[in-house]
Design a protein around this ligand. Structure first.
Ligand SMILES: C[S@@+](CC[C@H](N)C(=O)[O-])C[C@H]1O[C@@H](n2cnc3c(N)ncnc32)[C@H](O)[C@@H]1O
Length: 352
């Protein structure tokens, strides 16, 4: 289990967004391409990168998908509507959230002043949402891409200049010190988060209080891997796990074989050990089309990464205190990483 600290998360994402900018700059120098196409290309490259990992390749072999060396397979394992599913390799699931938010904005057309993403990276979701809207609406709204890394904000600013037409700004934002002084108070705001609260093992309710405090009408969508938090059995099992539980009880011989395996793989790209059980995760061919193991595997993944444990309980508590009302809860709706599936929870502020 890697203990997640604010500093560790920030450092790892500084590199991620620097690398993303390099990929996009290549595309941006080709003046024919529009921003939505450049971002789509980035999302596709991320799917390919996932497949370069040993774990992913071994897992797909295990569930009967043919893997050729150095080539992506034709299909891949994801989560869709709470089930493990097989989809064509190039399926981009990120558009689930983009479509939900663009539809919400179109429906509330004249009631939204600001769209604010927290932990936004380079603002990819905000740009894709903006380009789904009717041009007049797109230009009327102000967008705020709120991110803790310098590289994320720098890349976002470059994309804003490239787009040339959006009223968007990249703002410094840290979940550990939520400060919305960059927002004009009492506006109607749509906030959202996408796999960024996951980075905060325990989110403080001060975040939600600050969102409610700064806004007039306030709606919020969370697209976060917290579906397992709805299952009491799974939550209890996760609470009993020991650090590095998946590495325990390995015999000396097994550890030696694994060492040889790592050497063989780094040298020749072939392995002798099945690595599909990372973090204790287990999926068989017979699990496809079924919901049974989705939440327990997600909880094991979350434990290993020290991801968020309290988003659902914090929102429920705020609802009990009549501060917010929860509107939708779509558990394990989609998962481009099948072991870190996204649930969508939306709420609005209760105005007295
Ligand atoms: C998995 S990425 C998601 C980025 C973006 N939401 C998206 O969907 O493309 C997680 C993001 O959370 C950000 N993050 C991590 N810790 C944070 C913190 N303390 N405050 C704000 N953002 C944070 C990271 O820098 C990174 O951009």
């Amino acid at each position: 289990m890697e203990k997640r600290t604010a500093h560790k998360s920030k450092i790892s994402y500084e590199d991620t967004w620097d690398d993303a900018l390099k990929i996009m700059e290549k595309d941006m120098s080709n003046k024919k391409r529009d921003l939505a196409a450049i971002l789509d290309n980035l999302l596709r490259q991320k799917v390919h990168e996932r497949f370069e990992k040993r774990f992913s390749r071994d897992l797909h072999k295990k569930i009967g998908i043919t893997i050729k060396r150095d080539l992506p397979p034709e299909k891949r394992l994801v989560v869709q509507n709470g089930l493990y599913s097989i989809v064509p390799f190039d399926t981009i699931l990120d558009y689930n959230l983009i479509d939900i938010l663009a539809t919400h904005i179109q429906q509330k057309e004249n009631q939204i002043d600001y769209v604010v993403e927290l932990g936004s990276g380079i603002g990819i979701n905000l740009f894709l949402i903006a380009y789904k809207l009717d041009p007049d609406l797109r230009k009327r709204i102000r967008y705020f891409s709120c991110e803790v890394t310098d590289s994320g904000r720098t890349a976002c600013e470059k994309l804003i200049r490239f787009s040339g037409e959006l009223k968007m700004s990249a703002e410094h934002f840290d979940y550990y010190h939520p400060d919305f002084s960059f927002l004009e108070p009492q506006k109607n705001i749509l906030f959202f988060t996408a796999h960024s609260i996951e980075q905060i093992p325990k989110i403080d309710k001060a975040l939600f209080e600050a969102m409610i405090g700064v806004s007039n009408q306030c709606n919020c969508y969370h697209a976060e891997p917290v579906g397992w938090q709805y299952d009491e059995n799974v939550t209890n099992q996760r609470a009993r796990l020991k650090p590095n539980h998946w590495k325990r009880n390995r015999s000396k011989v097994r550890r030696k074989i694994e060492k040889i395996d790592r050497w063989l793989f780094s040298r020749y790209g072939v392995g002798i050990v099945d690595k599909s059980h990372r973090f204790g995760i287990n999926v068989e061919k017979t699990d496809i089309g079924k919901p049974g193991k989705v939440s327990i595997n997600a909880a094991l993944h979350s434990f290993a990464k020290d991801y968020n444990t309290n988003l659902v309980s914090t929102l429920k508590k705020m609802e009990n205190d009549s501060l917010i009302s929860i509107d939708t809860e779509m558990v394990n709706l989609y998962g481009k990483n099948p072991f870190n599936p996204t649930s969508i929870i939306s709420w609005h502020k209760i105005v007295e």
